[in-house]
Design a protein. Structure first.
Length: 287
């Protein structure tokens, strides 16, 4: 009898101890589970905020581009002459070209430099769409040539900056400038067709020229320290870099190879290089 009672007590004690351990274990794990849940929630919120940032930035960029498109459309529809239209576009573009003066990071400068590209590309395309209706086959082919050569010209012209932090900014600056030059060129064609008076601004030294086949190029850009540098490609041969300086109404090119020298004549509708030994190269495609 005593043996049976002892066994019953021991069994009850063991069961009670087991139950107590399970309860303690559960209480011990609850804080860890709650902590994990809080950490997971915090992480999710942080990830959500990080995801929202680029989305907000993208929306801001879209809003700016929409504003630009609307403003240009208003100018194009309200201007009474092509001269008035492109003058207003140029004034509007200056607001965005002033980004160089902003105290922001290089990355932000690179991003801001996109907007002048958008402005002048939009204006150029609008002008060409209007002019193309009555353009000759030669003029249409000229536009196609310009479009096909532009990217390669920019890459060749800015090759020295390729690995630098300002390469993106320089690419956008050059792209915007080329679009601007082409917009003015097409605007002059429209004005001529409409028998309107049209005044071209003074031609920028910074710019490029090429032959129709793309085998010869003259590319001029600001020097890394001061003045201007030029790259000359003649008949598909190796590029010759050098300096270019004012010389009366023209410019004088001095190649770093010590041999290539000559006079450079820059015009809105083309350029010409005449070497010191009187060899002449003409460039009819203007960038």
């Amino acid at each position: 009898m005593k043996k049976k009672l002892f066994l019953a007590i021991m069994t009850a004690a063991l069961l009670f101890a087991a139950c107590g351990k399970k309860t303690a274990d559960k209480k011990a794990t609850e804080p860890e589970e709650n902590k994990t849940q809080v950490e997971t929630n915090d992480k999710t919120e942080a990830e959500s905020e990080a995801t929202d940032e680029p989305e907000a930035k993208e929306n801001e960029e879209d809003d700016t581009e929409e504003t630009i498109a609307k403003f240009l459309a208003d100018i194009q529809s309200s201007a009474s002459t092509i001269q008035q239209e492109i003058t207003k576009v140029s004034e509007y573009a200056k607001e965005f070209e002033a980004y160089h003066d902003k105290d922001v990071s290089q990355t932000e400068l690179n991003e801001l430099s996109r907007y002048p590209v958008v402005i002048w590309e939009t204006e150029m395309n609008s002008l060409w769409k209007r002019y193309a209706k009555n353009a000759s086959d030669d003029e249409k082919n000229s536009q196609k040539t310009w479009e096909s050569l532009k990217t390669g010209i920019i890459e060749t012209q800015l090759k020295a900056y390729k690995d630098g932090s300002i390469y993106g900014l320089m690419t956008n600056d050059t792209n915007a400038l080329f679009n601007k030059h082409r917009a003015y060129y097409i605007a002059s064609l429209i004005a001529d067709a409409n028998k309107e008076t049209f005044a071209l601004p003074e031609r920028d030294v910074y710019g490029s020229y090429a032959t129709e086949d793309g085998k010869s190029m003259l590319m001029i850009q600001p020097g890394m320290e001061s003045g201007y540098e030029a790259t000359l490609v003649l008949d598909g041969k190796e590029p010759i870099t050098g300096s270019i300086e004012e010389s009366g109404d023209d410019y004088y090119f001095t190649g770093n190879d010590g041999k290539t020298k000559g006079t450079v004549t820059l015009k809105w509708f083309g350029a010409m290089f005449t070497s010191d030994d009187s060899e002449t190269h003409e460039f009819s495609v203007v960038f």
